[in-house]
Design a protein around this ligand. Structure first.
Ligand SMILES: Nc1ncnc2c1ncn2[C@@H]1O[C@H](COP(=O)(O)OP(=O)(O)OP(=O)(O)O)[C@@H](O)[C@H]1O
Length: 354
C-alpha cells in the first residue's frame, strides 16, 4: 500500500498486528490490526494520547510485552525474521540492544548507580563491538564526545548521580549506541526534562540519526515535540494508526479529525485551538469490541458510517494516508475552523519556502 512508491528501503514491517492482554479473565485488545513500515535511516514519530497503545506497540518489537500480553495476530518482519513468532528470551537477545535499542523517559532506571558511567558504556562496547582494553576505552570516550559530553576522561570516572538529568539521558543514549543498533526507539525521551534541555536532546538525537544512519522511532503524546525532529508521523488512537505521513503532511494537512484535535491543542494555536477542538469524552473501553471509527463518539464531524464500519486507509498522497470516512468521495465536505485553516496555510507556505 503506502510502501509502493516509497523510495527508501524498508527495515522493519509490521503487518496486521493484534495484541491482547488478559486481565482477570477478560481480554483487552490494545493493538487493533496495525500495519506500519519503518524505513532505513528515517525518524518516525508515533503520537497519541495516553493509553493509545504506543508503548505496547514498541514493546512488542523488542519482546518486552508484560507477561499477560500476547501477539494474537500479525507479523513483525525484520531481516527475514518474523519477530512476532519469537518464543524464547534467547531469540530476543539476538535483537534487543544489538539490533533494536531503546531509550526511555527516566535515565536513572537504565543506569547502575554503583558503577562509573564510563564502565557502563564500555561494557556494551566490549560485549557488542568485540573490542578490548585501550581500544574499548577510546571508543567509549568517542561515544561520550558524540553525545555532547565534554571533558570525557574525567567524566568517564564519574557516577550517574554526578550528572544532571539531561546529561544522564545523553549517557543512556551513548550506552544504546555502544551496542551498534540499527533502530533506536526513544520512548518519551525528554518528558522528564525542562524545555531547553528537551530541545538539546532532540537535536542530539536528530544529529545522531544522520551521523550513524540510525533509524529512529520517537514515541510521545506531544505532537509539538516531534514536529521538528520527525521525518514521518504516525498518529495512534485506541490501538489503531489513524493517520500516517511525512511530518509536514500530517502537521499542515492532517485529515483525520483526531489529528485536527491534536494540532488544535498545540501552544501555537493558543486558546483559539482549545475552543475549536476540546476533545470531549474519553477514549473507548478496549475490553469491548470497537465498531467503526473508534474516535466517532468524540468526533463532531462523525458520519453515520463512522459508527458502523472501520474506515480503510484513504490515500492522500504516495506517502500520506488517513483512516477517515471524510476522505471518501461520497462524504460531505467539512468546513474546518478558520484558525486551523490559517495554521495549515501558514505551515504549508513555510514548508514550501524551505
Ligand atoms: N499488562 C497489561 N495488562 C493489561 N492492559 C495493559 C497492560 N499493558 C498495557 N495495557 C493496556 O494497553 C493499552 C495501551 O497502553 P500503552 O501503555 O501502550 O499506552 P500508551 O499510548 O503508551 O500510553 P502512555 O503514554 O500513558 O504510556 C492501555 O489501555 C493499557 O491499559
Amino acid at each position: 500500500m503506502m510502501e509502493a512508491n516509497h523510495p527508501q528501503e524498508r527495515i522493519l514491517s509490521i503487518q496486521n498486528l493484534v495484541i491482547q492482554f488478559t486481565l482477570r479473565g477478560q481480554v483487552l485488545k490494545a493493538i487493533r490490526d496495525i500495519s506500519l513500515d519503518l524505513y532505513k535511516g528515517e525518524s518516525l514519530a508515533i503520537v497519541g494520547e495516553s493509553g493509545s497503545g504506543k508503548s505496547v506497540l514498541v514493546k512488542s518489537i523488542m519482546g518486552l510485552l508484560d507477561k499477560n500480553g500476547y501477539i494474537d495476530q500479525g507479523q513483525i518482519l525484520y531481516n527475514d525474521m518474523d519477530l512476532a513468532g519469537f518464543k524464547t528470551e534467547e531469540d530476543w537477545l539476538k535483537i534487543r540492544g544489538k539490533e533494536i535499542a531503546m531509550v526511555t523517559q527516566d535515565p536513572m532506571t537504565s543506569l547502575n548507580p554503583l558503577k562509573t558511567i564510563g564502565k557502563q558504556i564500555e561494557e556494551c562496547v566490549v560485549l557488542h563491538q568485540g573490542l578490548k582494553g585501550k581500544e574499548a576505552y577510546h571508543v567509549t570516550l568517542k561515544l561520550l564526545t558524540d553525545v555532547g559530553i565534554y571533558d570525557v576522561e574525567k567524566r568517564y570516572k564519574q557516577y550517574p548521580h554526578e550528572f544532571s538529568g539531561g546529561m544522564r539521558q545523553r549517557i543512556v543514549i551513548a550506552i544504546a549506541l555502544a551496542c551498534n543498533p540499527k533502530i533506536l526507539i526513544c520512548d518519551e525521551p525528554t518528558t522528564a526534562l525542562d524545555v531547553t534541555i528537551q530541545a538539546q536532546i532532540l537535536q542530539l538525537l536528530k544529529n545522531l540519526q544522520k551521523k550513524y544512519g540510525l533509524t529512529t522511532v520517537y514515541i510521545t503524546h506531544d505532537l509539538g515535540v516531534v514536529a521538528k525532529v520527525a521525518d514521518r508521523i504516525a498518529v495512534m488512537y485506541a490501538g489503531d494508526i489513524i493517520e500516517v505521513g511525512k511530518a509536514h503532511e500530517v502537521f499542515f494537512d492532517g485529515k483525520h479529525p483526531y489529528t485536527w484535535a491534536l494540532i488544535s491543542s498545540l501552544p501555537q494555536l493558543g486558546s483559539k485551538g482549545e475552543q475549536l477542538f476540546s476533545i470531549k469524552g474519553t477514549p473507548p473501553n478496549l475490553f469491548k469490541e470497537i465498531k467503526g471509527d473508534a474516535f466517532a463518539p468524540r468526533n463532531q464531524y462523525a458520519l453515520k458510517i463512522d459508527f458502523v464500519e472501520r474506515p480503510p486507509f484513504f490515500k492522500v498522497s504516495d506517502t500520506h494516508y488517513a483512516r477517515t470516512w471524510l476522505l471518501d468521495p461520497r462524504s460531505p465536505k467539512v468546513e474546518l475552523p478558520e484558525a486551523l485553516l490559517a495554521f495549515f496555510e501558514e505551515g504549508r507556505s513555510y514548508a514550501n519556502e524551505q
